[in-house]
Ligand binder design. Structure first.
Ligand SMILES: Nc1ncnc2c1ncn2[C@@H]1O[C@H](COP(=O)(O)OP(=O)(O)OP(=O)(O)O)[C@@H](O)[C@H]1O
Ligand SMILES: O=C(O)c1ccc[n+]([C@@H]2O[C@H](COP(=O)([O-])O)[C@@H](O)[C@H]2O)c1
Length: 215
């Protein structure tokens, strides 16, 4: 059944921002907001990964903390929602499973756009069932500070040739912020002010997170 916007005969357009969010920061919020505007999305669903597939051998903060920080960072924006669907699923949080579940929930006519940064696009061929995945939703690929723009453009071109126009490039302002860098700063007792929302900073302080250095 088509999932229609109230009083309008147009199918919904939903952005999905999957991430480890360990912790969530302004880089994530900017790509979500940019995608919302550039692609006229009705909402952006933040989906914290329960078990991020490419970080199986890394230490990742407990899901409940990452989920709560994601909620704190997004709850002032009515167009942003957080989903616990990957937290509730056992095993690695493969995107193909998430898209299949969202397709069941929203119906075949809803436009689903998975939002990623340049790093994810560059390792896309290592994702589970990527051929099926690329056909099951659209992708919005954001530029990211520190990543080879040429390789990024080449990969997008290649995906166009192989699968048709399923992936859209999105230029965003360069924000040299990563969760890795934030964890390091906190561990070194440095400030993360202005790199992530104050509510998230408070949560980290209150719960004494990232005191032990992680990769
Ligand atoms: N500053 C940024 N600019 C553009 N895209 C970003 C930025 N930060 C994160 N992303 C994208 O957001 C998604 C989720 O990122 P993730 O939660 O892994 O954060 P991260 O900062 O890359 O974390 P880590 O440093 O721990 O790998 C990924 O697709 C990633 O490419
Ligand atoms: O499905 C996969 O094989 C897959 C492999 C790597 C990453 N992902 C998803 O991409 C998103 C960003 O991943 P990460 O590790 O950069 O936080 C997150 O939603 C992951 O579940 C998905």
């Amino acid at each position: 059944m088509a999932y229609l916007k109230e009083n309008k005969e147009k199918p919904e357009k939903i952005g999905i921002l999957g991430g480890t969010f360990d912790p969530i920061h302004y880089g994530h919020l900017v790509i979500a907001q940019w995608a919302k505007e550039e692609f006229s999305l009705d909402k952006v669903l933040f989906v914290p990964a329960g078990t991020p597939p490419h970080k199986l051998h890394k230490e990742v903060l407990m899901g409940k903390h990452r989920y709560r920080m994601t909620t704190l960072a997004t709850n002032t924006n009515p167009n942003f929602k957080v989903s616990s669907m990957e937290m509730n699923r056992l095993g690695p949080s493969y995107t193909i499973d998430t898209i299949k579940d969202l397709r069941k929930e929203y119906g075949k006519d809803t436009f689903l756009y998975f939002i990623t940064g340049a790093d994810s696009v560059l390792d896309f061929y290592t994702w589970k069932d990527y051929e099926e995945l690329i056909k099951s939703c659209y992708f919005i690929a954001a530029t990211r500070e520190g990543y080879d723009v040429e390789k990024f453009n080449q990969r997008i071109e290649e995906i166009h040739e192989l699968f048709g126009h399923r992936i859209f490039k999105m230029d965003i302002p360069d924000l040299d912020i990563s969760s890795t860098n934030l964890r390091k700063r906190i561990n070194q007792g440095k400030s993360v002010k202005y790199l992530l929302p104050e509510t998230v900073e408070q949560y980290i302080i209150e719960n004494k997170l990232y005191k032990d250095l992680k990769g």
